[in-house]
Design a protein around this ligand. Structure first.
Ligand code: ATP
Length: 521
C-alpha cells in the first residue's frame, strides 16, 4: 500500500471519513465524516476560529503586524441572490478549460493533463525523439515523475523502449498540443484505443446551478456558493454599520462551498462539496503590502504551531501570469502530499476589486468612512482562504507514522492535542476490584474539565493503547491495583509511550500542562 492508500484505509477502518451515500455506490467528490472525523474537523474549525477570530486581542499588536486590528465573524447564507455571482465574475468567468475523451467519456482539466512526446537518451548522450503518437496523462511535466506520466501508457512505452535497447525513455513537453487541431489528432488519451479522441479545451462552469421556489425557469436560477468570500463582501456595510469596527479589521467565516470539479481526486483533497475558512481583511491601499506580508507569515506559522512538520510546508509565490485578474499578489501555503506539493491555503491581495464591483452592481456604496480624517474610501482586501477538508487530510497525513515496537508494527497518529478527536482514554486495568467505578469517576471529572474522553475496558491493556495510538489520542490513563491503595494512576503518553504515575486528583492539571507544552516528537 502506498502512503495515500494507508490513510484512506485508516480513515475507513476507524471511522474518520467514508464515501458519501456509500450503500448506493457513493457519489464522486462527496465525503462523509464519521464519529472520529467529525471531531477532528470540529477541533480544526474551533482552533482556527479561536486563534483568528474569537480570542483575537484587538488592543495588542501581534508579531509582524503594523498595528492592532479588529476581527469579527459572520455566517452568511449559502444561497444568495444570483446577481452576487454575476458581479463577482463567477457566472462569466468561474470556469476551467476542460477536455472530454469521446471514447472513454473521461473528462479532464486541460491544465492538469500533461501531453508529451518521448525522447530516448543513450549513454553516449545522443537523443532520439518519438512523436508520431503523443501521450496524454494526468499530471504536470516537471512536477510529476516520468513513471507517473508513463503509467496510463505503460505497455506502449515499454514496447517502444524495447525497440531502443540501451536508451532510456523520458517525457518531453509538447506545448499547445491540446489547442492545436493537428497535434491533438496525434494525442493518445489514457485508456483510449487510438489517438485523436480528445475534444478541444472548452470552458466548464464550476458552479452548481439550482432553482429557488416552485418554478424551474430562468428567473428562479441561483447557485450553490463556490466560495464563502462573496458572502462577506456583500455584508460589508451591515458589519461596518453595526459592529463598530474600524479599518484595519477582518471578517472571518467558516462554511460550505460547492464546486463541480471536473476531476475530483486524491481522496478529500479535491472534492465537490467542501468547507472553507476565509478571512477578508480590510485595510488602506497604501498598507496592503504590509498586511499581505503579515497574513502570509501568520497563516504559515499557524500550521507549524499545530504541529505540521516544517520540512513538508512551504510558501509558493504566484508568478505574475498565474495571478487572478483582480489580484496584485498571491501565494499558496503548500504541503508536500504523497502525490506531490499542493495548495493547502491561498493568501491573496484582492485589491478593492470586490467591494467596487458590488458597489457598482448593487448601487449601494460599500465604502468606509474614516471618522478621524472624515474621508470615504474603498478599502483594499487581503484574503487568507483555506479548506477544512484539505486541512484535515493534511493533518492526518502529516501525523501518520508506523514504527516497530517489540517486533510489531505500531500505527500512530501524532496529532496535536488541540485537534486530536479524543484527548484522553480512560481504562480500568481489569473489570473488577472497583477499578471500573474509579475509571468512570475520573472520566466524568475529565469531561467536566473540557477534555474529550473515551472509556474502554475491553481487551488487553496493550491493545487498548494501540487502538488509541492509531486514532491519535495523546494520553491514556489507567486505573490499576495500586490506585485504591495509594491514589495514583498511570498516565501513558502516545508519542514516547512513556508512563508516569500521577495522583488521581492531579490528572486534569497534569494533562492541561502536558497539552500546553506538547511538541511534535
Ligand atoms: P485549486 O487550485 O486547488 O483548485 P483554488 O486556488 O481554486 O484551489 P481557492 O479558491 O483559493 O482554491 O480556495 C481556497 C481553499 O479552499 C484552497 O486552498 C483549498 O484548501 C480549498 N479548496 C478549494 N477547492 C477545493 C476542493 N475542490 N476540495 C477541497 N478543498 C478545496
Amino acid at each position: 500500500m502506498d502512503a495515500m492508500e494507508k490513510i484512506v484505509s485508516l480513515c475507513k477502518r476507524r471511522g474518520f471519513i467514508f464515501p458519501s451515500s456509500e450503500i448506493y455506490g457513493g457519489l464522486n467528490g462527496a465525503w462523509d465524516y464519521g464519529p472520529l472525523g467529525v471531531e477532528l474537523k470540529r477541533n480544526l474549525k474551533q482552533a482556527w476560529w479561536d486563534d483568528m477570530v474569537a480570542h483575537h486581542d484587538e488592543t495588542a499588536t501581534p508579531p509582524g503586524a503594523p498595528q492592532p486590528f479588529g476581527m469579527v465573524g459572520l455566517d452568511s447564507a449559502l444561497l444568495m441572490n444570483p446577481k452576487v455571482w454575476e458581479a463577482s465574475g463567477h457566472v462569466g468567468g468561474f470556469s476551467d478549460p476542460m477536455v472530454d475523451d469521446r471514447e472513454t467519456r473521461a473528462r479532464y482539466r486541460a491544465d492538469q493533463l500533461a501531453v508529451y512526446a518521448l525522447e530516448f537518451i543513450g549513454s553516449d548522450g545522443k537523443l532520439e525523439r518519438y512523436d508520431e503518437v503523443l501521450f496524454a496523462a494526468p499530471g504536470e511535466l516537471g512536477k510529476s515523475t516520468p513513471a507517473e506520466l508513463f503509467e496510463p501508457h505503460r505497455k506502449r512505452v515499454a514496447s517502444l523502449q524495447k525497440s531502443k535497447p540501451g536508451r532510456e525513455a523520458r517525457p518531453v513537453a509538447v506545448p499547445g498540443a491540446l489547442q492545436d487541431e493537428a497535434l491533438r489528432a496525434r494525442v493518445l488519451a489514457p485508456g483510449a484505443s487510438a489517438p485523436g479522441t480528445l475534444t478541444a479545451p472548452r470552458a466548464f462552469n464550476l458552479m452548481f446551478k439550482t432553482h429557488v421556489g416552485a418554478l424551474e425557469d430562468n428567473q428562479s436560477v441561483t447557485y450553490l456558493r463556490p466560495e464563502t468570500a462573496q458572502g462577506i463582501f456583500v455584508n460589508f456595510k451591515n458589519v461596518t454599520d453595526t459592529a463598530r469596527v474600524r479599518v484595519p479589521f477582518g471578517i472571518g467565516q467558516i462554511g460550505k462551498a460547492f464546486r463541480n470539479e471536473i476531476n475530483p481526486r486524491n481522496f478529500t483533497f479535491r472534492s465537490r462539496e467542501f468547507e472553507q475558512m476565509e478571512i477578508e481583511f480590510f485595510c488602506r491601499a497604501g498598507e496592503a503590502a504590509q498586511w499581505y506580508q503579515f497574513w502570509r507569515e501568520r497563516r504559515f506559522q499557524w500550521y507549524l504551531d499545530l504541529g505540521i512538520r516544517p520540512d513538508k510546508l512551504r510558501i509558493r509565490d504566484h508568478d505574475k501570469d498565474e495571478l487572478a485578474h483582480y489580484s496584485v499578489a498571491t501565494c499558496d501555503v503548500e504541503y508536500e502530499y504523497p502525490f506531490g506539493w499542493g495548495e493547502l491555503e491561498g493568501i491573496a491581495c484582492r485589491t478593492d476589486f470586490d467591494l467596487k464591483r458590488h458597489s457598482e452592481a448593487s448601487g449601494v456604496r460599500l465604502e468606509y468612512f474614516d471618522p478621524d480624517t472624515k474621508e470615504h474610501y474603498t478599502p483594499f482586501v487581503i484574503e487568507p482562504a483555506g479548506g477544512i477538508d484539505r486541512m484535515a487530510l493534511t493533518f492526518l497525513i502529516d501525523a501518520y507514522a508506523e514504527e516497530e515496537v517489540e517486533g510489531e508494527t505500531r500505527v500512530v497518529l501524532r496529532l496535536h492535542p488541540r485537534i486530536a478527536p479524543i484527548t484522553v482514554g480512560v481504562f480500568p486495568l481489569v473489570k473488577k476490584d472497583g477499578m471500573p467505578e474509579l475509571a468512570h469517576g475520573l472520566e466524568e471529572e475529565l469531561r467536566e474539565l473540557g477534555f474529550t474522553t473515551f472509556y474502554d475496558e475491553k481487551a488487553a491493556i496493550g491493545r487498548r493503547y494501540r487502538r488509541q495510538d492509531e486514532v491519535g489520542t495523546p494520553w491514556c490513563v489507567t486505573i490499576d491495583g495500586e490506585t485504591p491503595k495509594d491514589g495514583t494512576v498511570t498516565v501513558r503518553e502516545r508519542d514516547s509511550m512513556q508512563q508516569v504515575r500521577v495522583p488521581l486528583r492531579e490528572v486534569g492539571a497534569h494533562l492541561r500542562e502536558a497539552q500546553r507544552t506538547w511538541r511534535k516528537g
